[in-house]
Design a protein around this ligand. Structure first.
Ligand SMILES: Cc1cc2nc3c(=O)[nH]c(=O)nc-3n(C[C@H](O)[C@H](O)[C@H](O)COP(=O)(O)OP(=O)(O)OC[C@H]3O[C@@H](n4cnc5c(N)ncnc54)[C@H](O)[C@@H]3O)c2cc1C
Length: 429
């Protein structure tokens, strides 16, 4: 029998997987290439680094993201626990102080008696031992090539939003508040008049972008589409997207929202402003938003590579490579988003532990958010497989006979949480 289970990559999925295995009494060797080597987006030496937004999205269970988080919490997720302990105010969503969050995960993993962390890049497939690969959308080149030999992989690019210092925001042209009064003044809102919006828009669509290799071939991650690309779809597209003025006084033509980035509230990200504009252009064009005229940037927006496997037919519903003692977890499996990546780490971790112990696999039902994601990765029927975030469209609920959308979704979530409780009992039994 194997002496341990290997987990490669100590991001969100890898840390969750390692924790789930170790909590079942099995030794884990967790490989992480930082600080020896950093991907283009990773900067911190800590584990479970959040490379872009500090938000884990909605928390209410009428939203599929909220359901996913409740399921994860019920199953004892390490990442959920650390997220709740590093929470910052963000209306109806769960957002965290990213540094505190990663530090907490690093401490919990580092102090676990059954987890050994090895700070080295893995460049070859590890043979003969159960291994979970959770190396993320920015997997190092050598290992990506190994994966390409196992399964045809695709790649595209993501875009990250800029972050500004709070003290440089002109509050004479901004106000605090959340849409529809949800939450307590959590966002800073920067309104634009029609004239200001049109000037901003015209400059944005004509601004100079940075060169990004293979950009013309890329397939953009819809949830992180560059603002200038979105704007090019039409003059009002942004007013129905990140600059929508709804939920506030009707007098505003467009509103840019800023979300708190750290517990101290000293830095804010510009929500939905992922971009590949040149840094000087970001300062010039975003400076046309009255409240950001003199904004100082803690980080400019950037774009990055994103790699994922063509998982259907390659992975099963436990994220195991069909016919091998090998699992994948995280964004690389074709789930998309922080908590989605974490959920695949949880499923792969639980099942790798069961394989080690000679137990039958646990397949999560498609009527749960966790199971729906695993099913999507394993069984998406079409040819055009693309990463998918959690949504009610992929959760199989059957006809539950409720017409009202919010009530129906709440009922689907309540049913899913009952199923998760049953799984939890069977895991403990
Ligand atoms: C630029 C960018 C922005 C994103 N923004 C968001 C966002 O705002 N919201 C959202 O929900 N999702 C976002 N995503 C998508 C996704 O949720 C995140 O990438 C998430 O971090 C994925 O988790 P993961 O565990 O799969 O990978 P990661 O968190 O990236 O962890 C992978 C780890 O593996 C390590 N590693 C890589 N190769 C090796 C190797 N060969 N040997 C050892 N270690 C290795 C890396 O250093 C890293 O620590 C973004 C993705 C990118 C690339």
């Amino acid at each position: 029998m194997d002496k341990k289970i290997n987990v490669v990559g100590a991001g969100l999925a890898g840390c969750e997987a390692a924790f789930q295995i170790a909590e079942r009494g099995i030794p884990v060797k967790l490989y992480e290439m930082k600080p020896q080597k950093f991907s283009p987006a990773h900067k911190s030496e800590d584990l479970a680094e959040l490379v872009c937004s500090n938000s884990f999205k909605a928390r209410n269970i009428e939203n599929a993201s909220g359901l996913l988080k409740e399921e994860m919490k019920a199953l004892g997720s390490l990442i959920m626990d650390c997220a709740l302990k590093s929470e910052v105010p963000a209306g109806g969503s769960l957002s965290v102080d990213r540094e505190l969050f990663s530090r907490l995960v690093t401490e919990r993993i580092g102090s676990h008696p059954l987890i050994e962390i090895s700070r080295e890049e893995v460049t070859r497939i590890i043979e003969d031992e159960i291994t979970i690969y959770a190396t993320g959308p920015l997997t190092s080149d050598a290992l990506s090539q190994e994966f390409a030999g196992l399964c045809p992989s695709l790649s595209f690019f993501d875009a990250a939003a800029p972050i500004v210092f709070a003290e440089s925001i002109d509050m004479n042209h901004a106000f605090r508040g959340s849409r529809y009064g949800k939450g307590d003044d959590d966002y800073i809102n920067c309104p634009l008049s029609r004239e200001e919006y049109l000037e901003f828009y015209n400059n944005l669509i004509n601004a100079e972008t940075a060169f990004v290799e293979d950009f013309d071939d890329i397939r953009l991650y819809e949830g992180c589409m560059p603002i200038e690309e979105m704007a090019k779809r039409g003059v009002d597209t942004l007013r129905f997207g990140p600059l929508k003025p709804v939920g506030f006084d009707k007098k505003y033509y467009a509103i840019v929202q800023l979300r708190q980035e750290n517990l101290e509230g000293t830095i804010y990200n510009i929500v939905g402003f992922q971009t590949r504009l040149k840094f000087g252009e970001q300062k010039r064009v975003f400076g046309l938003i009255p409240a950001l005229r003199n904004a100082e940037y803690a980080r400019y927006g950037v774009m990055h590579r994103n790699t994922y496997l063509k998982s259907p037919g390659f992975l099963d519903r436990t994220y195991r490579v069909i016919g091998k003692n090998m699992y994948f977890a995280g964004q690389i499996t074709g789930v998309e988003g922080y908590m989605e990546s974490t959920s695949s780490g949880l499923v792969a971790g639980i099942n790798a532990a069961r394989l080690y112990q000679g137990k039958t696999p646990v397949v999560f039902p498609v009527s749960t958010a966790i199971g729906a994601l695993a099913n999507y990765a394993a069984s998406y029927p079409g040819k055009d497989f693309q990463p998918m975030g959690i949504n009610f469209g992929i959760i199989a609920s059957g006809d539950i006979g409720i017409k009202n959308k919010v009530e129906r979704r709440r009922k689907i979530s309540e049913n899913a949480l009952v199923e998760i409780e049953n799984i939890k009992k069977s895991l403990n039994g």
